[in-house]
Design a protein around this ligand. Sequence first.
Ligand code: TXA
Ligand code: MG
Length: 325
Amino acid sequence: MIVAPTPQGIAEACRLLRDGHVVGMPTETVYGLAGDAYQDNAMARIFEVKNRPTFNPLIIHVASAEDAANLVEMSIEAQALMEVFWPGPLTFVLNRTKDCPVSLLASGGLDTLAIRCPAHPVAGRLIREYGRPLAAPSANRSMRISPTSADDVAVSLGDLVPLILDGGECEVGLESTILDLSGDVPVLLRPGGVLVEALEAIVGPIYQMKKESSPQSPPKAPGMMHRHYAPHRPLRLNATDCRVGEALLGFGEVGSLTVTLNLSVSGDLTEAAANLFRMMRQLDVDFYTGIAVMPIPSVGLGVAINDRLQRAAALEEKLNTFTHD
Ligand code: TXA
Ligand code: MG
């Protein structure tokens, strides 16, 4: 349902967000599919609605640079750029703070977080009123073009979204620029609303993946390299037993097996997705020699769960290219 951004409309959106639902949120770039960034279940719901076959990390939307400072480690460069370009179409990838309360599923289990402060007044009002950061990918089904009006969202996602706040046509109509400042060298991960030249005027040369005459040699660990989380211990998939030293990550009915943790006792894939990264981290400790994972059906969110597990299990993880999402 498309709703005007009146105080009542915003209040209704907040009520839905508190209950773990997702809502359509206008931003100056494209419409986002927003969920409470602290709730694992809301993040699982975003992936479910988008029908993404992978858990690509999401952008976390905040109302100010001060709010960002609670979630990510600020750098001088980030602060300088935020002063100039926020609110606006510029997303930073920065390291999560030690106690960062954002769901691990939101950032694909990574130690980094993509964060931005949108310039659209309705987005600003919603985030302030809600009082917590909102994770939001573009509000389209996977592989479809990004929506720039409330109608686009309704057409693309229909009944899957209980409420879409109407903020008119998006001014920029193009997704935000993504700048990775989590490593030694600034890396452009996605060109977008803010031009890279404008950024370089403030922070100096930025490494660009796709540009031949990049100002620097490639950094040792460009942002895209650690876009996927993998545990340090070996993963064994489709396990039907637990070997000596292993932790066993269960799913659903476990019969006579003793599981260390269970992704979802009732076999609920949304719950399993919500628990996935947190539980993998809990088991990725010296006490165990490896992590065995029980079979998970490849339907619905199970596809993304298995994609993540297979990548994590692969010994030589290949560099992942950008997927269209
Ligand atoms: O303009 C925008 O940025 C819109 C509006 C809604 O804010 N959002 C958007 O989100 O385009 P999405 O999910 O469609 O694209 C987010 C991109 C993905 O390519 C994802 O891989 C990347 O950001 N990303 C998110 N977190 C990351 C991280 N920690 N490290 C590297 N890349 C990350
Ligand atoms: Mg997108």
